[in-house]
Design a protein around this ligand. Structure first.
Ligand code: PLP
Ligand code: COI
Length: 340
């Protein structure tokens, strides 16, 4: 199959229309059979619940071309499961997990020429999402829903790829204690746009949020989880009910422990403990593992390993994760789904 003729090394992280998306409608208490559509527009009632009360959620997965030309996805069953949890929290109907996997597989297959070639540094981003499409006026869940899967080729989420980024600790919160921080609700991202823009205007790549209850502990970034390597060589990551349970983070912890023999711990990580950290990074589907060069907190800069060089442990974790994702290194059982 001939790949699209795109400048793969420079496509960035943005939306590009592809051939077709998957669509399924929920009406009268059930999902229809679903179909592919070349129409990338959606027409809704002006009273659709999503417009007024933000009843929407999404997932993010990537597909890669392997060295031997196969197309694979990384742990999509975990995304199916997390979307189920999100839907339950937002009073939305669950799109059955096995159908979720069929839908994304079908969408990737129909857009196979958009899956970037092996070694290009790019991948195909898969974005399943669901909205409350039925009309409402009072605050209540919609009776009708739309589930769609769009795919689009992407490059690195943070400009420059595997280069240390600068982040700033935000004075805003993205999620409330006992709120929706632990699910992938669109509203969490709306909450992060204002602080995110403030940070970007000051030249930072991302905001780091503290725990909303005490504002003393690191939680996560606007679009990725936080990981750190202590000076004693342990990989640590915040333990909290108000951060998104990242599939990448879960995978990185397992790789660190089982493949690289690194001690790992999910624990509280206080913002005044930064001196104990040797290396830090952000991890997620879009972010992969992005090294953090420095973090600014109330006017004070803390540099981790270096503002220009990637630390050795973050580098090793990145290479191992990416090697597994693109089929170059052996993967733990069930992590790699072959699409084609
Ligand atoms: N945290 C937030 C807020 C995110 O948006 C994401 C992206 O999905 C992650 C963490 C990383 O999660 P995952 O590794 O499952 O992509
Ligand atoms: C992802 O990593 O898949 C996300 O959804 C994060 C988003 C900020 C792009």
């Amino acid at each position: 199959m001939e790949k699209q003729n795109l400048d793969w090394a420079n496509i960035g992280f943005g939306y590009r229309k592809t051939h077709a998306s998957y669509v399924s409608y929920y009406k009268d208490g059930k999902w229809d059979d679903g179909a592919m559509t070349a129409d990338n527009t959606v027409t809704l009632s002006e009273a659709a619940c999503v417009f007024h009360y933000a009843q929407c959620c999404f997932e993010g997965i990537k597909a890669y071309t392997t060295e031997d030309g196969r197309i694979v996805m990384f742990r999509p069953d975990q995304n199916a499961k997390r979307m189920k949890d999100t839907c339950e929290r937002l009073m939305m109907p669950v799109f059955p997990e096995e159908r979720f996997l069929e839908a994304i597989t079908r969408t990737v297959r129909e857009n196979a020429d958009f899956v970037p070639p092996y070694g290009s540094g790019a991948s195909l981003y898969i974005r399943p999402f669901m909205i409350g499409s039925g009309p409402v006026l009072g605050v209540s869940p919609a009776e009708e829903y739309l589930f769609r899967v769009l795919v689009t080729p992407v490059g690195p989420y943070y400009k420059g790829g595997m280069k240390p980024i600068r982040v700033v600790v935000s004075d805003y919160d993205r999620a409330a204690p006992h709120g929706t921080g632990n699910v992938k609700a669109g509203l969490n991202y709306a909450m992060s746009m204002y602080p995110g823009q403030l940070a970007h205007a000051e030249g930072y790549s991302e905001c780091l949020y503290l725990d909303p209850a005490t504002r003393t502990k690191i939680e996560e970034a606007g679009g990725a989880n936080f990981i750190a390597v202590t000076k004693s060589g342990k990989l640590i990551t915040p333990k909290s009910d108000s951060i998104l349970p990242s599939i990448t983070r879960r995978s990185v912890l397992q790789i660190a422990k089982d493949v690289l023999g690194i001690e790992v711990e999910e624990t509280d990580l206080y913002i005044d403990q930064l001196d104990e950290i040797a290396e830090a990074g952000l991890c997620g589907t879009a972010a992969v593992i992005s090294p953090i060069g420095s973090v600014d907190y109330h006017g004070k800069r803390h540099v981790f390993y270096s503002e220009t060089e990637v630390g050795p442990v973050i580098k090793k974790l990145y290479e191992t994760l990416v090697g597994i994702q693109n089929g170059k290194l052996p993967a733990p059982e069930g992590w790699i789904y072959q699409v084609l």
